[in-house]
Design a protein around this ligand. Structure first.
Ligand SMILES: *[C@@H]1O[C@H](CO)[C@@H](O)[C@H](O)[C@H]1NC(C)=O
Ligand SMILES: *[C@@H]1O[C@H](CO)[C@@H](O)[C@H](O)[C@H]1NC(C)=O
Ligand SMILES: *[C@@H]1O[C@H](CO)[C@@H](O)[C@H](O)[C@H]1NC(C)=O
Ligand SMILES: *[C@@H]1O[C@H](CO)[C@@H](O)[C@H](O)[C@H]1NC(C)=O
Ligand SMILES: *[C@@H]1O[C@H](CO)[C@@H](O)[C@H](O)[C@H]1NC(C)=O
Ligand SMILES: *[C@@H]1O[C@H](CO)[C@@H](O)[C@H](O)[C@H]1NC(C)=O
Ligand SMILES: *[C@@H]1O[C@H](CO)[C@@H](O)[C@H](O)[C@H]1NC(C)=O
Ligand SMILES: *[C@@H]1O[C@H](CO)[C@@H](O)[C@H](O)[C@H]1NC(C)=O
Ligand SMILES: *[C@@H]1O[C@H](CO)[C@@H](O)[C@H](O)[C@H]1NC(C)=O
Length: 503
């Protein structure tokens, strides 16, 4: 008996010869097909012969039959071209036998528990176009020669959500046909190599959630004008948001959140007509937003929260027909919420404006599209009353308006019509009363420091947190409040005009 290693080399030679012959039209398919079955069985063996691959078996390996095995695709010559083994829960390393599948074009091993290091045996698969190893436990450094080893036809390289360490090899820049490159969610270090700027076919580039040295986005990236998606979240970026992004006219998705970027948001960003996601959450961006020449009408998501932005919220944001997420919390915005906000955005679902210096009233039309799920705007100086449009918003789940200067009566409809789960109106001057029975969806209700009057509700089946101190509630505390509010963990009714006792 030959050792497994020897046997593998033997098959490697035969396969390479046989599959090359096929490409030239020679008609000798049988040996190749049989041998490739053996390689598949080796791959299976390295994963401990998992039951999910039970149909890959030697007894069924009559000529060419492996082409009908599950997850396997062959070309007309009977050579394996596709392995789509995503999410089948296999564990263990990738056998070197994979390199013997010399006609492999498409390899998807994503979402398994594959271990070991980057499979350099794939360097033999010169036709490889699609390689997805994402969501596994593959580690070690990416080989420095990866860009020389992998075939020039490679257009997709997904290595994200693994345990890769060390630097991004500059040699990746040789893969001139790469269109999709995902390196995010690893433990990569060092600098982002400027050489990546040579990958001018790139459409998607994901670098986020790595531990790079603090540094700027390379200036060479200005040549990546085919980029559609650029993700560089939480990867130690410093310096300014480069204004060359304004030349990336195909850009749809830009996420630079959780970095230490400083300076302004370059006005050119707002000229990107196709931009849908603009996310720079938690950086140190400063200054007023300059939106002259605004053309970014495709925006669905604006998330510029947790920065040091100042000035007014541009009126034009109220006219974005595709807006869904509008996150501006934790900045120093002043002035009014754009009065048109919501009226022209039928999908608007999340508005977060907390911790700014906003004044004026809450616009009437925030829920005009009938999709609003959350409005949070605490710690501002908003005044006026809670608009009727919000009270009747049937989709609203979270309403956080604490620490403003809101006044007027809160209509009872607010408490009965909607799906409200989480409400804080604390620290305002609101009046009104609550119904005897609150929606069972309500889990948190904080209306402390207001001017609510009437009876304390006796039923709120889902309520866990109820704070209503410093109001004008009167009458007896419902004797059966423990039954009416069975999940209650926090109750504060201090400083009202209540009588009776809680049991
Ligand atoms: C081999 O796989 C086939 C299904 O493709 C199955 O019917 C057969 O029982 C398997 N044989 C063995 C020995 O596992
Ligand atoms: C991977 O392995 C871990 C434990 O090592 C296990 O919890 C997890 O479910 C496995 N995932 C898959 C996709 O097999
Ligand atoms: C961008 O590409 C041009 C040629 O297309 C080249 O001359 C230039 O050096 C590149 N710039 C950078 C910063 O890589
Ligand atoms: C950013 O990455 C660091 C590790 O590099 C991690 O500890 C931190 O939780 C990440 N932050 C976010 C918001 O993901
Ligand atoms: C912003 O700058 C302050 C002061 O320099 C620093 O403490 C903070 O960590 C920075 N925040 C981010 C997200 O970089
Ligand atoms: C907002 O401005 C005030 C002064 O008006 C300043 O004290 C505060 O630190 C600023 N907040 C942020 C997040 O920049
Ligand atoms: C409002 O400000 C207070 C005091 O600074 C802070 O404790 C609270 O978390 C802020 N509320 C929100 C929702 O951020
Ligand atoms: C709200 O405050 C503004 C000043 O910021 C004031 O002009 C306006 O009259 C106030 N409106 C109400 C309803 O209190
Ligand atoms: C609670 O919310 C669900 C949807 O999340 C809704 O269908 C249901 O009518 C609500 N219940 C009440 C009592 O409002």
């Amino acid at each position: 008996m030959a050792t497994p290693r020897r046997r593998w080399s033997h098959f490697l030679v035969i396969t390479l010869v046989a599959c090359v012959l096929h490409h030239r039209g020679a008609a000798q398919p049988l040996p190749t097909k049989v041998n490739e079955a053996e390689f598949l069985l080796e791959i299976k063996r390295a994963w401990g012969d998992p039951p999910v691959l039970a149909a890959w078996n030697a007894t069924s390996s009559a000529a060419g039959v492996h082409c009908s095995w599950p997850y396997v695709g062959c070309n007309s010559a009977g050579c394996v071209t596709r392995l789509t083994l995503a999410h089948i829960d296999v564990t263990g390393p990738i056998s070197n036998a994979i390199g013997s599948l010399s006609d492999l074009v498409h390899l998807d091993l994503s979402r398994n528990n594959i271990t070991g290091t980057f499979p350099t045996s794939l360097y033999h698969c010169s036709s490889l176009q699609y390689l997805d190893l994402s969501w596994n436990q593959i580690g070690g450094e990416l080989p420095g020669d990866i860009g020389h080893g992998l075939g020039i036809h490679l257009s997709t390289l997904y290595l994200y959500q693994n345990k890769f360490t060390g630097r991004i090899p500059a040699s990746l820049s040789r893969l001139q046909n790469l269109r999709y490159l995902g390196l995010n969610l690893n433990s990569l270090t060092g600098a982002i190599p400027p050489e990546l700027g040579k990958l001018t076919s790139l459409e998607d580039l994901w670098l986020g959630f790595n531990q790079f040295d603090p540094g700027e986005l390379p200036t060479t990236f200005k040549n990546l004008t085919n980029l559609v998606k650029l993700g560089a979240v939480n990867c130690s970026l410093v310096g300014k948001i480069p204004s060359y992004l304004g030349q990336m006219t195909k850009l749809e998705h830009l996420d630079l959140s959780f970095n230490s970027l400083t300076g302004t948001i370059p006005p050119v960003v707002w000229s990107l007509k196709k931009l849908q996601y603009f996310i720079v959450h938690r950086n140190n961006l400063t200054a007023d937003l300059v939106v002259d020449g605004f053309a970014a009408m495709s925006l669905t998501t604006i998330d510029i929260g947790e920065n040091k932005l100042t000035g007014i919220i541009p009126e034009v944001f109220g006219h974005l027909e595709n807006l869904v997420y509008f996150i501006l919390s934790d900045n120093n915005f002043t002035g009014d919420i754009p009065p048109e906000l919501g009226k022209h955005s039928p999908g608007l679902s999340y508005i977060e404006l907390d911790n700014n210096e906003l004044t004026g009233v809450i616009p009437e039309g925030l829920c005009a599209g009938g999709q609003l799920q959350a409005l949070t705007a605490s710690n501002n100086s908003l005044n006026g009353s809670i608009p009727v449009g919000l009270v009747n918003c049937a989709t609203l789940q979270d309403l956080e308006l604490s620490s403003n200067q809101l006044s007027g009566e809160v209509p009872k409809a607010l408490w009965t019509t909607g799906q409200l789960r989480w409400v804080s109106l604390r620290n305002n001057q609101l009046t009104g009363s609550l119904p005897a029975a609150m929606s069972s969806n309500l889990t948190t209700l904080d209306i402390g420091n207001n001017k609510f009057v009437g009876r304390v509700p006796s039923v709120a089946l889902g309520l866990t947190y109820f704070s209503a101190e410093n109001n004008g509630f009167s009458g007896k505390i419902p004797a059966n409040i423990g039954y009416g509010m069975p999940l209650l963990q926090h109750l504060n009714l201090a400083n009202n005009k209540l009588s009776g006792r809680i049991r």
